[in-house]
Design a protein around this ligand. Sequence first.
Ligand code: AMP
Ligand code: MN
Ligand code: MN
Ligand code: MN
Length: 284
Amino acid sequence: MTSILNADLHCHSVVSDGTLTPELLAERARKNGVELWALTDHDEIGGQHRAAAAAKAQGMKYLTGTEISVTFIGTTVHIVGLGFNPDDENMIAGLQKTRGGRRERAMEMSDGLDKVGIKGAFDGALKYVGNPDLISRTHFGRFLVETGVCKDTNEVFRKYLTEGKPGYVEHKWANLKDAVTWIRQGGGVAVIAHPARYKFTANEEYALFTEFKAHGGQAVEVVTGSHTAAEYVTYAATALEFGLAASRGSDFHDPSESHTDLGTLPYLPGNLTPVWDLLADRIR
Ligand code: AMP
Ligand code: MN
Ligand code: MN
Ligand code: MN
């Protein structure tokens, strides 16, 4: 296939920290001209059969997806998986293990917020949670905006939910090798999500890309809602340097919170191998 394809291979539903159902996301994607879609809920594939059926009903091609939380050299890195078997037992077990501990983490986050005078954050955040297994910082963000503590979720993260701030709790996610292996063994392709977000030094970033490849990783997000136009250029070069295919996805979560809507990003640069070229036989 060509790189001139409106593929959106990264977004979230109520099954993780998005606010729309898989069906409403599919409808919105189609309205925005998406031709190939993947729902990539955090650490969870419970929405995959619904998403595939909704894509079919909308006349869109579909790839199975997830976004796995990984701890790499002390930093949280996200690895997107595409095109794996949604019923793969190893993947299901691995993700279940990765989700474990989110509830305890959230209670600790709430304790931290309580100490700076923000009461009832655990119960407050829980009201926004669609999947009890997947309480995330995003849900706390929505609670703190709704109660007027901050004007938007960006401010919440800056002031309360990032390293060194009162609501931040260190957490150990999956390791890189396991995440890539679950995806590969399920027949899919592993993708480094939004690499510019990690603020790694050149050496750290080199280590991530090198180890990712060594474990069987095959692609990187180049055009994403989390990158600036200058970062598209940077990571297009990185994709070529490491011999990785390129992916494209909005990382859409919610109509009012997300600045990039489904299907609205620029196309992938024409000199890159699109990740969907590696997944031709996995597209439904
Ligand atoms: P968690 O998996 O609980 O650590 O939550 C991570 C999620 O928080 C990400 O997937 C984003 O949806 C959201 N997030 C991270 N940083 C920000 C930010 N600066 N502003 C808004 N949302 C953010
Ligand atoms: Mn998210
Ligand atoms: Mn992410
Ligand atoms: Mn995401």
